[in-house]
Design a protein around this ligand. Structure first.
Ligand code: COA
Length: 377
């Protein structure tokens, strides 16, 4: 086979056409189905954003109301899912592992065609799986979903069992809308690759959950919060950051494959956090966050002058979710609660104009070997 150019990490390789979102990494701009992320985040509910991705346009009032009702009506989990989640809680598996198991079991009783109906079902059940598992892990009973609440409010309600605070709901809605889709990121690529074999949406979303879990993708915000809390106690970001970089460790929440600028989603989430913390005790923590970001950007520029290592979305994800009161261990799963809208929309798009995703590899292994019988090795 002829020698091919190898592009590690598929960097810069386009493998699909999409109408869902577009990133301009040099300008630091993200457009979701035609809307700048800032505009979508300021105006849309999560349900409206999912409708936009599935249908390619904003819903009318009647369409939105019917879409919300459809999502709300299928939030409940079947008994086998609860059984698995309880067993998983007894074993103490991570929330992301439990989510993967819960999605797999949620297929029981459902047809596995790649369809909008199945996509809506997945969007509906992911928050319930996360919240139910979290409750079991805390030794509590799961809180049944409420059909009268919006998607975001219901997620918060299922976590705490209490009526959610409207300011927290709005802040979380901003988060869920902001991160709903982001080009062909690793987990979305995995989902599309799975569906491209004419497999089903539940398999695609299960695979995507696995991909999202890693610290280079959706697993970063937990470690970001750890860093910030540590520095908040010591009050010395410079010492912490230079120590990490000297040890050749990566600073979580900085750097991006596509953006050469500050991630535009970081600015959206920063504003949302600011709104939530303005008259609050947490503003002192927010001061630490701002100081940390300033020092980190300066140090990273010195550490890797040839790379543009700027703040990415996960930095302010950690700060915003923490301020809302979402426990650290739920950060990545809450990302999945949003991104399942993007994953399923991409799967539908892939399914509509499918070609199996099957890249090539460059063989660099041994050649011209002759077999040695086992007695002579
Ligand atoms: N802190 C310190 N150094 C970093 C860094 C960070 N956050 N991100 C990248 N670098 C360095 C790497 O060590 C590497 O140095 P080298 O050339 O000496 O080996 C160089 O910059 C390029 O990194 P690379 O991993 O090739 O870039 P990438 O485009 O493939 O990776 C990320 C992008 C996001 C995986 C990477 O920036 C990262 O690991 N960030 C931290 C994790 C994170 O925040 N993830 C959430 C992403 S939204």
């Amino acid at each position: 086979m002829s020698l091919q150019e190898v592009r590690p990490g598929l960097e810069g390789v386009a493998v699909a056409e999409t109408r869902l979102s577009n990133i301009d990494g040099d300008a630091g701009e993200l457009v979701i189905a035609g809307f700048p992320v800032e505009e979508l985040a300021a105006n849309a509910t999560y349900e409206e954003s999912v409708f936009l991705l599935f249908e390619g346009r904003l819903p009318t009032e009647t369409e939105l109301s019917s879409f919300q009702s459809t999502l709300a009506a299928q939030r409940t989990l079947s008994d086998p899912v609860h059984t698995v989640l309880k067993d998983a809680a007894n074993e103490g598996v991570t929330v992301m592992d439990a989510l993967r198991m819960g999605i797999a079991v949620a297929t029981i009783g459902h047809d596995l065609t790649v369809s909008k109906a199945q996509a809506k079902r997945l969007v509906s059940v992911v928050p319930t799986i996360v919240a139910a598992y979290w409750r079991y892990r805390m030794g509590k009973a799961a809180v049944a979903p409420r059909e009268d609440l919006g998607h975001t409010a219901n997620y918060l309600y299922m976590l705490s069992g209490e009526e959610p605070d409207p300011a927290a709901v709005r802040a979380l809605e901003t988060y869920l809308t902001t991160v709903i889709d982001h080009g062909l990121n690793a987990s979305t690529f995995v989902a599309r690759a799975i569906v491209s074999t004419e497999s089903d949406l539940f398999s695609a979303v299960t695979g995507a959950v696995g991909s999202l879990t890693g610290p280079l993708h959706g697993g970063a915000p937990g470690p970001v919060l750890d860093m910030l809390q540590q520095v908040h106690e010591t009050g010395d970001p410079a010492a912490f950051i230079s120590e990490r970089l000297a040890a050749d460790e990566r600073l979580m929440g900085f750097g991006h494959r596509v953006y050469q600028t500050r991630d535009p989603r970081a600015a959206v989430l920063e504003r949302a956090t600011r709104r939530l913390t303005s008259d609050d005790d947490d503003s002192t923590f927010f001061n630490t966050v701002e100081r940390f970001e300033d020092v980190a950007l300066r140090e990273l520029a010195e550490h890797k002058p040839d790379r543009a290592l700027k703040t990415n979305v996960e930095f302010y994800t950690a700060v915003l979710l923490h301020t809302i009161g979402i426990p650290r261990v739920l950060f990545t799963a809450t990302f999945a609660v949003s991104r399942v809208g993007g994953w399923t929309a991409h799967c539908l798009e892939q399914h509509d104009a499918n070609k199996i995703i099957r890249p090539a590899s460059q063989y660099v292994g041994a050649t011209d070997r002759t077999w040695t019988p086992i007695s002579e090795r």
